[in-house]
Design a protein around this ligand. Structure first.
Ligand code: MG
Length: 365
């Protein structure tokens, strides 16, 4: 019986993870459930899975011990909380030496240096949940240290791949939330539309697979069937393919290194053709900003992310236009000097500062 601590149980990834537990009740048990708000969905899950620990961030009273307690009795910690807030859970799970099924992007984008160092020290294994990184993890045959030449992440291109710059200035939140291939939460769906998400995934891949940024590329693949590729020295490339269904990488992160039945296998003849294009970087400046912040390192990715969280929320509320998301992020990056990411408190400070600068940029206060 594998014991699972699930952080972010009411979100898109969390709900699909619980489907895996329902599908294989003889293999998994849930020992801890955590959600952001104590809503009806959370209470229903608590009733159904009866975890030893049920934790709600909005009612949080204690300090770090309360978070550490979540991982006191589990084999796998699935971190599916969203935003910078996920980092403190990832750090706690890694410190506890658990296998961490990681779905929270900000943990590595912002805290990659701290998380990977701590994982090494405690012997904690990190298994990626995101479809692209799961694909690479599988193509490397579960050996993150395997030798490779280049990593290529595929990108659906989001809903605005073919939009002109004039059209981009007029798109609404509802347009951005209509993702062509993946069903995900609102923040990451908007990040897919700006291609910030693909920039994040390149930074995550750098930490997960120990690759220099110039060895990681992204290519547009609108069908989202090839989930990513690894190129080797001899020119051979290994890819992982499947329908766009997060259920597969989520389940694998929980069953790893085993595989269990999950989704329908690909029908290649029915698919017919697959397409690939270069990433239109000029049209989607968030992608380049993420790479720039990744190259600067230290607190720069945390600043990028803090500003983006504020900008995306404003865009979803109709407060700013789509191109202003990138403008807000660029402004914060240019105003806040980068420092070394010495510890978590430095990142927390950079995050708060970026949020304040972005709020001022958008609302003038
Ligand atoms: Mg992805």
């Amino acid at each position: 019986m594998k014991k699972i601590a699930l952080i972010g149980c009411t979100g898109s990834i969390g709900r699909q993870a619980l489907d895996v537990v329902r599908r294989y009740p003889e293999r998994f048990t849930v020992t801890a459930l955590a959600a952001n708000a104590n809503g009806e969905a959370f209470r229903a899950l608590r009733e159904e899975f009866r975890p030893r620990i049920a934790f709600c961030a909005e009612n949080r009273r204690g300090g770090q011990e309360e978070i550490d307690e979540l991982f006191s009795d589990c084999d796998v910690a699935l971190i599916a909380a969203s935003g910078f807030a996920g980092l403190s859970y990832t750090l706690a799970a890694v410190r506890a030496g658990k296998t961490v099924a990681l779905a929270n992007k900000e943990s590595l984008v912002c805290g990659g240096e701290l998380v990977m160092a701590e994982a090494k020290r405690r012997g904690a294994e990190i298994v990626p949940v995101d479809s692209e990184h799961s694909a690479i993890f599988q193509a490397l045959h579960f050996d993150r240290g395997a030798k490779f030449e280049r990593l290529v992440l595929t990108a659906s291109g989001g809903p605005f791949l073919r939009a002109s710059e004039e059209e981009l200035a007029r798109v609404t939140a509802a347009d951005a939330l209509r993702h062509p291939t993946w069903k995900m939460g609102p923040k990451i769906t908007v990040d897919s539309a700006t291609l910030l998400n693909k920039g994040y995934e390149i930074l995550e891949a750098k930490w997960l697979f120990g690759a220099d940024l110039d060895r990681i590329e992204a290519v547009v693949h609108p069908e989202s069937i090839v989930h990513s590729l690894v190129y080797f020295e001899d020119g051979a490339a290994l890819a992982q393919l499947g329908y766009p269904d997060m259920g597969v990488p989520i389940q694998l992160a929980l069953t790893y290194p085993d595989r269990l039945p999950c989704a329908a296998p690909l029908d290649l003849a029915a698919l017919g053709a697959l397409h690939f294009f270069p990433l239109p970087r000029e049209k989607f400046p968030c992608f380049g900003l993420a790479l720039q912040a990744g190259k600067e390192g230290g607190t720069a990715p945390t600043v990028l992310n803090g500003a983006a969280e504020i900008a995306v929320r404003a865009f979803l509320q109709g407060g700013i236009t789509f191109p202003q998301i990138a403008e807000t992020v660029e402004d914060a990056l240019s105003r806040i000097p980068r420092t070394d990411a010495a510890d978590f408190s430095v990142l927390e400070e950079a995050d708060a500062r970026a949020r304040a600068v972005a709020t001022r940029y958008i609302y003038g206060k």
